[in-house]
Design a protein around this ligand. Structure first.
Ligand code: NDP
Ligand code: MG
Length: 402
């Protein structure tokens, strides 16, 4: 492939766990891909070194102070990368006419605006940022469809399901499929009692047994809100109902998810627990790329376990199903409350079990609406955050955290 034919890729959230894995895959496939732009929030150090390595045309930082520092560093180093500043800069790089693919790997609601912009611009979106799909679901899918954008799932479970499903959308395979089966590792507290979880520390909650991930998703894995968000994500991505999505706890994280067919067949996707596989799959689809992931050694795995999820000990799973069933603004409210609760748990202001309590209260207290636009979603998000902050304040005065 000549230089002119290189696919131009934007990596939003380049300094994160998925972002750095994406750059690793891109680095192995330089004959096909060029890094057009990178984004980060505050991590000047890492973004500067990524700019040295990949020489993107643009580097965007949502934090203006960090952007100014990056600008100085790149100038001193004689870099030709142009620095863009502020939250809007992510949207600018996501819609650039030279860009073909956008890796959406910002964490949380903050990633929604650039994902919507990329969908409106008809880009190929590699979606890791599950919160964007949870919050904007129907609106995001409709925007992508209207503008010819393709959304390829990077979240390992959804990527696995995408690999197992027949081609086409749900209208073409609906009758052939009984359910989608999301696997869950169960997180660090899979075997803990509810009483033990009340006292769980930040360090214990961050210690995921199988995956090395960013802090927010690590806490979501410990509460199993991550699986809850993934149920909502799967429903929108694949056009299926809540009842058609099963969750099974599978502690080895070898089977990344499955599809159950009408004839009794189940197709599973397997691999080592390394995000470079789903990243490479989404990037290369429909072709396969080298990812650097070690081949799986079945003889060392020995056996695979499957257990039912426990919605009593992990109420966030139930809350997510509830929010999906209610529809409208419910998933956006749940997501906003959860982001606030997780942030405050990480700051040790509330206890681990308060996360689910705050999520439940926010969902119960805020009247539901039908989100009509991204601006409307922003209002819904803000309102839910404000309530969640109040709930954090009352929880933190009643909880003793050591
Ligand atoms: P990280 O916390 O490791 O990285 C987040 C990235 O987003 C960083 O580049 C960070 O920049 C940037 N960022 C953070 N806040 C903002 C903001 N307000 N505005 C703009 N950019 C921001 O997260 P992960 O890589 O773990 O996760 C990214 C997404 O992918 C999440 O939605 C997660 O659920 C999903 N995901 C992650 C998996 C994983 O294995 N990690 C697996 C499946 C899905 P900076 O470094 O400068 O702060
Ligand atoms: Mg996942």
């Amino acid at each position: 492939m000549s230089h002119a034919e290189l696919q131009q890729v934007v990596v939003l959230g380049a300094t994160g766990s998925v972002g750095t894995s994406t750059l690793d895959v891109l680095d192995r496939n330089r004959e096909q891909y060029s890094v057009y732009a990178l984004s980060a929030h505050r991590n000047v150090e890492l973004l500067a070194s990524q700019c040295q390595q990949f020489e993107p045309v643009f580097a965007a930082m949502s934090d203006p102070g960090a952007a100014a520092q990056l600008q100085q560093r790149l100038q001193r180093a004689g870099s030709r990368t142009s620095v863009l500043s502020g939250p809007d800069s992510l949207e600018r790089i996501a819609v650039d006419s030279r860009v073909t693919s956008v890796m959406a790997a910002v964490v949380g609601y903050a990633g929604l605006a650039p994902v919507m912009a990329a969908a409106t611009a008809g880009k190929r979106i590699l979606l890791a940022n599950k919160e964007a799909m949870v919050v904007a679901g129907e609106l995001l899918v409709a925007t992508a469809r209207e503008n010819g954008a393709t959304i390829l799932p990077v979240d390992s479970e959804h990527n696995a399901i995408f690999q197992c499903l027949p081609a086409g959308d749900s209208t073409s395979w609906r009758k052939e499929i009984v359910s989608l089966v999301l696997t869950a590792s169960g997180g660090p507290f899979r075997e803990w009692s509810a009483e033990q979880m009340e006292r769980a520390t930040v360090e214990q909650a961050l210690a995921h047994p199988n995956w090395d991930m960013g802090q927010k998703i690590s806490i979501d894995s410990a509460t199993m809100m991550n699986k809850g968000l993934e149920i909502i994500e799967a429903s929108h991505l694949f056009g299926v109902d809540e009842q058609e999505i099963e969750v099974v706890v599978h502690p080895q994280s070898v089977v990344h998810s499955m599809v159950r067919f009408a004839d009794g067949s189940v197709i599973a996707q397997m691999g080592n627990a390394d995000m470079r596989t789903p990243i490479a799959h989404a990037l290369g689809w429909p072709e396969r790329l080298a990812s650097g992931v070690a081949p799986i050694d079945f003889t060392r795995i020995g056996s695979l376990q499957f257990e039912p999820p426990d919605e009593q000990r992990f109420p966030c799973l139930r809350l997510a199903r509830l929010a999906l069933g209610k529809g409208g603004s419910a998933p956006a409210i749940l997501n906003a409350a959860n982001e606030v609760a997780v942030e405050n748990f990480l700051k040790r202001r509330i206890g681990f079990a308060d996360i689910a309590r705050i999520n439940q209260s926010a969902l119960a207290q805020i009247p539901l609406e039908q989100p009509a636009s991204v601006e409307h979603l922003a209002q819904i998000d803000r309102r839910a955050r404000n309530l969640a902050v109040e709930l954090v304040d009352s929880a933190s005065t009643s909880t003793e955290i050591t």
